[in-house]
Write a protein that binds this ligand. Structure first.
Ligand SMILES: NC(=O)c1ccc[n+]([C@@H]2O[C@H](COP(=O)([O-])OP(=O)(O)OC[C@H]3O[C@@H](n4cnc5c(N)ncnc54)[C@H](O)[C@@H]3O)[C@@H](O)[C@H]2O)c1
Length: 438
């Protein structure tokens, strides 16, 4: 908990926050093994294509599923299958379902709306309208609640499990107001939902600290053998992370001319290839454009974008990415909204989204390609931001707090999941529904 959050939870703090209408950062419920994924049953409504699959997933997670509301019950999640809504008039069904029950959502509860991708729907207008509805619900929810829209393509109903398991749990604690697309896919069902990455090899760049270290830990927890990569100057921290997750460490600078070859060589000779590649290494060199020298521009482009392209091409050329592979980029909300002093950084982070668009099409059926776009995450990078800007960044989102590295890592673990074969071409913000670029 940050200092303001501790104050807001104290007796005096509650009074002041309530009276002055200040941000009220509710402590988020995060995934913890052995703890139920949500507090309370799932209320399921709507009668579209995905409702049965959603009910089955919720039950297999150990959640009770009910289809009619009862007085006094607090729901862990409200799930509405709107995929069959085929006219503007029928949008009224959203109001009919949510209006009576929205105030009965438990703290840190989940709203999930299921739709049909607008370009494949009987009414493109009605399905596109679901976005405005869901994002507004996310902004209205209090006490750690989140809302997402999942467009399931016809034929993709059997590919929803990993996504719903992520969204209907504390793994998605800091993800809200997002639109996710799931396509039809042959889904590899893991032997165990607790260790879905058992037998898989994952490469994580920038793994010595911050978000990268959390990614390595979560992928390791999920069973992957993690190759942790960082610059030689971070060697000690890197080895500590690699030891903790039972993985190996690879000390190199991703911008070095021989980096792609060395990465491929390490992965092929030591591990026989790679299943999950996470391009997390990133730097900032902020200055407004008129004051930015070419060195700052070049350094950021080299680490944050050019290296990703070069490594991807080398892996593909060597056929080192195994079937049902995963490529995950780390973008930023700065790459969506733009940011003062970050023309270089935002260029690279928007470029990562371009990489998702082009590579996901190129690798369709062979591998998925997605990105996370973190907002304000509590790390060394954000601790270096001046106080006033830092405080604004922390509070300017629907959850009124910064996220933790683990929130980004859990989102990447969902992309990395063997059952997420239908999840490709997505950019999911992990930003507590930040106002920036919304
Ligand atoms: N912290 C945030 O709020 C935030 C928000 C949006 C996006 N991001 C992105 O998340 C990623 C991780 O950020 P973080 O906050 O953990 O940063 P961090 O600075 O704490 O960690 C970045 C890691 O990358 C490594 N790295 C840098 N250059 C490298 C190179 N040339 N070769 C190999 N490794 C290199 C660093 O040594 C470091 O260990 C970055 O891509 C960043 O742009 C962070």
């Amino acid at each position: 908990m940050d200092r303001y959050q501790s104050f807001a939870r104290s007796g005096l703090g509650r009074f002041v926050v309530g009276r002055l209408g200040l941000p009220d950062p509710y402590p988020l419920r995060r995934h913890s093994p052995g703890k139920p994924p949500l507090d309370g049953p799932v209320l399921l409504g709507g009668g579209g294509r995905s409702a049965d699959a959603a009910a089955g997933v919720a039950r297999s997670m150990g959640l009770d599923v009910v289809t009619s509301a009862a007085d006094g019950v607090k729901y862990g999640a409200l799930v509405f299958d709107a995929s069959g809504i085929d006219s503007v008039e029928r949008l009224r069904e959203l109001h009919g379902f949510f209006h009576p029950v929205i105030r009965s959502l438990a703290p840190c509860g989940r709203v999930v709306v299921l739709g049909t991708p607008p370009d494949q729907a009987a009414s493109q207008v009605a399905q596109r309208a679901l976005e405005g509805f869901t994002r507004s619900v996310g902004k209205e929810l209090k006490r750690g609640g989140t809302a997402q829209l999942v467009y399931v393509a016809p034929g993709g109903e059997g590919a929803v499990e990993s996504t719903l398991r992520f969204l209907l749990s504390g793994r998605s604690a800091y993800v809200s107001g997002q639109v996710v697309r799931i396509g039809p896919a042959d889904v590899e069902v893991p032997g165990s939902w607790d260790r879905p990455l058992a037998g898989k090899v994952a490469l994580v760049t920038g793994a010595a600290r911050g978000i990268g270290a959390a990614i390595a830990e979560v992928l390791g927890r999920d069973g992957a053998t993690v190759v942790c990569l960082d610059v030689p100057a971070q060697g000690d921290e890197l080895s500590a992370v690699a030891n903790r997750v039972g993985g190996t460490s690879l000390q190199l600078d991703v911008t070095a001319p021989d980096a792609p070859t060395r990465i491929v060589e390490h992965l092929v000779t030591r591990h026989g290839g790679v299943d999950v590649v996470v391009h997390n290494a990133g730097i900032t060199r902020d200055r407004t454009l008129g004051k930015m020298d070419a060195g700052r521009w070049d350094a950021v482009v080299a680490v944050n974008l050019a290296s990703q392209e070069r490594v991807n091409e080398a892996l593909l050329a060597a056929d080192a990415l195994r079937p049902n592979g995963r490529v995950v980029g780390v973008s930023s909300i700065a790459g969506i909204a733009g940011n003062v002093g970050q023309t270089n950084y935002a260029t690279t982070k928007a470029g990562v989204i371009g990489m998702v668009d082009s590579l996901s099409r190129r690798l369709a059926g062979r591998a998925t390609v997605n990105a996370v776009a973190p907002g304000f995450i509590e790390t060394r990078m954000t601790a270096a931001v001046p106080l006033v800007i830092r405080e604004a960044g922390r509070r300017m989102n629907s959850l009124s707090q910064g996220g933790l590295p683990v929130d980004v890592a859990e989102t990447i673990a969902w992309f990395a999941h063997p059952a997420s074969a239908g999840v490709t071409g997505n950019v999911v913000r992990v930003c507590g529904q930040s106002l920036l670029g919304a």
